[in-house]
Design a protein around this ligand. Structure first.
Ligand SMILES: [Zn+2]
Length: 269
């Protein structure tokens, strides 16, 4: 996400917005003020906290907030560049450049909100501390608060902001911790390793994204079922947990144990 923000910061502020829209009905989450209220205004740049990106207008009155979820992509297209036929959101700048949100697949999960700065603040107040650079002490305090399975805890944006399901897989593998381990059971050394893994993996992701690497090159564990673990060579395993699929190395993370399916649908039966 930080890589997106850096890429968009300058171009988003370069020109006034000539035409705001269209936006997909499932993507635009707010109606008042209308999207057209952006027309004639200029963004100050791109800001970010955790997985939310936002663009404040330079008059201080409006903020366009974007949450890409897993499949959303936000691109700045030059006047001559071809764009998608049906973007989830499009803003056309004076001079013809465009800011375009697309979402792969049929499920529309990415969201766009047009807010006042006060409403944005309210929205962000529910986010936990930023994952990158969290450090051992803050992480230890979080792990102590309630006993949660690590994969689920890392993905909870109210607890730690900025880690999605893919990076939860990469981070837990790097820390050699089981995705099902309970946060309260971690030793101080485990927490040290987890804090370090968060920084190393998120930094690695950021660097690769900035160099334009795709998902296949970026992830080493996530979606690598059956491929050799980059540390020990054992095949990567997969298990369904809540509404997510977890990828892990049984040798590095669970002492050779195969994790059991804990899908919500199965637990509720
Ligand atoms: Zn391994």
């Amino acid at each position: 996400m930080e890589a997106w923000r850096r890429q968009l910061d300058e171009p988003a502020a370069a020109f006034r917005i000539a035409k705001a829209g269209p936006a997909h009905v499932a993507t635009l989450k707010t109606f008042e003020p209308p999207l057209s209220a952006l027309e004639g205004r200029r963004f100050e740049g791109a800001r970010r906290r955790a997985k939310r990106l936002w663009f404040p207008t330079d008059d201080g009155e409006l903020v366009l907030l974007v949450h890409l979820m897993t499949a959303g992509r936000l691109r700045y297209l030059l006047p001559a560049e071809k764009g998608p036929k049906t973007p989830a959101l499009q803003l056309v700048f004076e001079g013809g450049a465009r800011l375009v949100l697309t979402e792969a697949g049929s499920k529309k999960r990415a969201g766009v909100w047009l807010l006042t700065p006060d409403a944005l603040e309210e929205e962000l107040a529910h986010l936990g501390p930023e994952a990158l650079g969290i450090g051992t002490d803050a992480l230890a305090a979080i792990c102590e608060q309630e006993s949660r399975r690590l994969h689920s805890l890392l993905r909870d944006q109210r607890v730690i902001a900025g880690i999605g399901r893919a990076w939860a897989n990469e981070i837990l593998h790097h820390a050699r911790l089981s995705p099902y381990a309970l946060s309260k059971d971690l030793s101080r050394t485990d927490v040290d390793r987890l804090a370090e893994a968060i920084d190393v993996e998120l930094e690695r992701g950021l660097e690769l994204r900035e160099r334009g690497a795709n998902d296949t090159r970026t992830y080493r564990v996530h979606t690598k079922l059956g491929e050799p673990c980059y540390v020990c060579g054992a095949p990567i395993a997969r298990v369904d947990f809540e509404e997510h699929t977890i990828y892990y190395c049984p040798d590095c993370q669970t002492g050779g144990r195969v994790l059991k399916d804990r899908r919500l649908s199965r637990l509720l039966r």
